[in-house]
Design a protein around this ligand. Structure first.
Ligand code: ANZ
Ligand code: ZN
Length: 821
């Protein structure tokens, strides 16, 4: 007798699938197209348990959509530039490409074994010149549109990695990658003007509601941080040798202008140095040193005692002419709003804490019915009526805000303003293993984008090992023959830009490259983009909630404005799969609780591991590997597989003649599975499948047995549904049932609605206490429905013989008693 052997199946099927091109979309318009994508992997080492989970989930969707008859695009590639390759190269005196492409090969082999249903012919690597040529091309187009620019400003600097970081890569003040405390450094850097798209990035989230996790949308919304308010200009009085000047503040509460009692500039902003008078200069310089050591988070912590220094200057309130002392403090941030604020201690807690520390006046201008803030120490922020506020007095807050803006506009000292928390995306990096920035610096012509016919600007091949060690300047700067080039515009001597791009640039458009990965006329074939985009289901970890997902949305919008794509949004639906834990904790080296994917696959087989990943919990929940049972999964798979060995009828047997009870389980399973898959409850589908396998086995062991055509129908259904989770076992089962490969294209089984009737019970219908009829009714029938059925009964009508009804008592689902008039 044949035995279930995962090893034999894993050996047999991949070549068959490859030969048949099962996972290559037809791409000819014969079927409706659907695009499903897993966030592409970074080639660090071999695949791990996290990949195994994420890709198992994405593959359920891809395989389900294929069964439904869609033309499915499910590609794979590698996000293959980045620091780990470079660090490995330094350590092993090698070139980063060696490490990178070796790991890619290893991972590709593991993916094939793991039987992810991807079209391998579309494979791409962002570190291939054929790919980064178009990353560079896109950069030059962004540059032409004014969306890529260089500016000198203080940037986040990781002292360990010796490179700058985008705001998005600083987590709680530390480098997202290595955890080192990030410092600030003034540098001339390249930026993408993502702030130009802030409104659209926010507004278009409406299209994603209900299809993206709420939490991700909330995080993006918060990151973009749209704030409605006003710009208000204050004159700073001349003092000593300092002339009068104007400083603008951003406020969300222009209604509180009469409550402003002091003025604060960010201590670390150039403005502070500019304003401070001679007498207070030393104190400010000293204070700025202290501030440097603090992260933005620490600076804004509410439990810290407020600090600051007086600048010796006074600001004039544009509404009432009052003079306000100007302070420099760290709780005001240099790069938010204008870096300066009007302080209203009665109605802003931060200002109140500061006022109490430095004994500054507190004046309430909004009567909210709460205790006076100068007494309670708590700023009042609720609704109320304006007081002590000149022409604004008596107005409710909601009217006072626009009224204040109107007055400011009339006086020419302010206007409505919408402020964003979002900053431009700092994209240049002083490292080697990335896409070179395609700009040439010419003394005559300035910045000149590299012309299309000179792309790609490829990385020099000679650098390796120590030459790549971080020095704070790009390693590319040391390769003179690479740096020195003729200016594309005047042919004079010029130099290449030596920075490379943040790898998040590479990953901001790869999903568009996949639709035509070999296209040579542009980053993608516009027709293919029209056909395939947007991605119908994107799958990946919540750690990308802001960075990658926001950048990809930005790129898509710019590309849309270039007329190259019609979609506003790249990913219509997003699934954040949970993490794989071990013993309730994330796997980590330091805890020593890592589980090796390869070992699990060797021990239980690919299908058992995949099935376990999906069965353990809903896709978005964590899976604790200490709590699951891959051996239980393996047993179930063997049980399902054995059905194929036992079925005795031939393919095409007429199921209608088969056992009704099993048939109804089969059809209910098909119907439920479709509903559950659409709702993303993949784990429950597996539970249903287990029931179906049990019911089938029971029928084989009794009555008509293995020859019953209902058994064949059930086993075929098991194969098709199982193919979403355990492709090897499903294919083998399908094969044993006499079908050619591949079960992946078998098609979702049709449901016979007449077989879906729920459990029924027998209802007894009495007339004057005597049983007159018995009705087969659904167990969950309503009283009304049962009453109607009873009255419609021929037997009942005969008995009543035209008499009316006095009372009718209905006890659903079992009893109806009719008393005639
Ligand atoms: C006066 C005022 C009165 C304010 C009041 C609030 C309440 P969001 O909503 O986050 O945009 N602010 C402005 N720039 C700042 C900076 N660079 N650092 C720290 N705080 C800053 O917050 C806007 C409010 O935060 C602004 O409105 C300003 O304080 C403060 F009853 O102005 B407000
Ligand atoms: Zn030139």
């Amino acid at each position: 007798e044949a035995v279930y052997s995962f090893a034999a199946m894993e050996k047999k099927w991949p070549a068959v699938w490859d030969d048949l091109g099962v996972f290559t979309p037809a791409d000819d318009g014969s079927k409706e197209r659907r695009y499903v994508l897993d966030m592409f992997p970074y080639p660090s080492g071999d695949l791990h348990m996290g990949h195994a989970e994420a890709f198992a989930m994405g593959d359920v969707v891809a395989r389900y959509w294929r069964q439904l008859g869609f033309d499915v695009l499910h590609p794979i590639g590698w996000d293959s530039f980045g620091l780990p390759a470079e660090n490995a190269a330094i350590k092993h005196n090698a070139h980063p490409s060696e490490w990178t492409y070796r790991n890619i090969d290893t991972q590709a082999g593991s993916f094939k074994r793991y039987a992810i249903s991807v079209d391998w012919s579309r494979r791409l690597h962002t570190s291939d010149p054929e790919y980064y040529r178009w990353t560079q091309w896109l950069f030059t187009r962004f540059y032409d549109r004014g969306l890529a620019y260089r500016k000198n400003s203080p940037v986040n600097w990781c002292p360990k990695d010796q490179t700058v970081l985008a705001n998005e890569q600083v987590v709680n003040g530390a480098c997202e990658r290595c955890g080192t405390q990030v410092t600030k450094k003034a540098l001339n850097q390249w930026y993408f003007k993502i702030t130009d798209y802030a409104d659209r990035l926010l507004d278009d989230m409406d299209q994603l509601k209900g299809h993206w996790p709420e939490r991700v949308l909330a995080m993006q919304k918060n990151w973009i941080g749209r704030s409605e308010g006003a710009h208000v200009r204050f004159a700073i009085e001349a003092a000593g040798n300092k002339p009068e000047e104007q400083v603008t503040v951003f406020t969300t509460r222009p209604d509180t202008l009469y409550g402003a009692t002091f003025f604060v500039v960010a201590a670390d902003a150039p403005l502070a140095l500019d304003l401070v008078d001679d007498e207070h200069r030393d104190a400010l310089l000293q204070y700025r040193e202290d501030v440097k050591a603090l992260s933005d988070i620490e600076r804004q912590a509410t439990d810290r005692t407020k600090t600051g220094v007086f600048t010796g200057r006074y600001a004039v309130n544009p509404l009432n002419g009052e003079k306000l002392p100007v302070w420099a403090a760290d709780y005001v941030l240099a790069d938010y709003g204008t870096g300066a604020i009007m302080a209203v201690p009665a109605h802003d807690q931060r200002d109140l804490d500061f006022a109490r520390t430095f004994d500054l006046p507190v004046r309430a201008v909004l009567d909210t019915g709460e205790e006076d803030p100068s007494v309670s120490g708590t700023a009042t922020t609720g609704e109320g009526t304006l007081v002590n506020s000149g022409e604004l007095s008596g107005l409710p807050k909601s009217e006072a805000i626009p009224a204040a803006v109107r007055i400011l506009e009339e006086k020419g000292t302010g206007e409505k303003f919408v402020n964003f928390r979002l900053r431009d995306w700092l994209l240049s990096r002083q490292r080697f293993w990335g896409t070179p920035i395609p700009i040439i610096h010419c003394e005559e012509c300035g910045e000149v984008p590299v012309p299309d016919d000179q792309l790609p600007v490829t990385l020099p091949t000679g650098l390796k090992g120590e030459a790549l060690a971080p020095k704070g300047t790009s390693p590319l700067a040391s390769v003179e023959e690479w740096v020195n080039v003729p200016c594309p515009s005047c042919d004079g001597p010029a130099k290449r830009d030596t920075d490379t791009m943040d790898t998040f640039v590479d990953s901001s458009w790869y999903f568009m490259r996949f639709v035509s990965p070999h296209f040579t006329e542009g980053p993608f074939d516009p027709e293919a983009v029209r056909n395939w985009m947007p991605v119908g289901q994107y799958v990946g970890g919540v750690e990308h909630a802001i960075l990658h997902l926001l950048y990809s949305r930005f790129f898509t919008k710019v590309v849309k404005d270039m007329g190259l794509i019609e979609a506003d949004e790249p990913f219509s639906a997003l699934l954040n799969q949970g993490q794989v834990l071990n013993g309730g904790k994330a796997m980590s080296k330091s805890l020593g609780n890592g589980v090796d994917l390869g070992e699990q696959l060797d021990k239980y087989g690919v299908d058992a591991v995949r099935l376990t990943m999906v069965f353990a919990s809903p896709p978005e929940d964590d899976v604790d590997w200490a709590d699951v049972s891959p051996s239980g999964s393996a047993k179930f798979l063997a049980r399902a597989w054995r059905l194929g060995q036992d079925v005795a009828s031939e393919p095409g047997a007429d199921a209608a003649a088969g056992d009704k009870k099993l048939r109804s389980v089969t059809h209910r399973t098909i119907a439920d599975a479709a509903e559950l898959l659409d709702a993303g409850k993949f784990n429950v589908v597996i539970a249903k499948l287990m029931e179906l396998v049990n019911a089938t086995r029971k029928t084989i062991d009794s009555g008509a047995g293995a020859a019953d055509p209902a058994v064949r129908e059930a086993a075929e259904t098991v194969a098709v549904i199982l193919s979403l989770f355990a492709p090897y076992t499903a294919e083998d089962l399908w094969n044993a049932l006499g079908h050619p490969a591949s079960v992946a294209n078998a098609g979702w089984p049709a449901v016979d609605p007449s077989l879906l009737v729920q459990d029924t019970v027998t209802a007894i219908v009495q007339v004057k206490g005597k049983v007159r009829d018995r009705l087969e009714v659904p167990a969950d029938i309503t009283e009304d429905a049962l009453r109607e059925l009873a009255l419609a009964s021929e037997q009942v009508q005969k008995t009543l013989d035209g008499d009316g009804i006095r009372t009718i008592i209905v006890k659903a689902p079992k009893l109806v008693n009719i008393v005639p008039a």
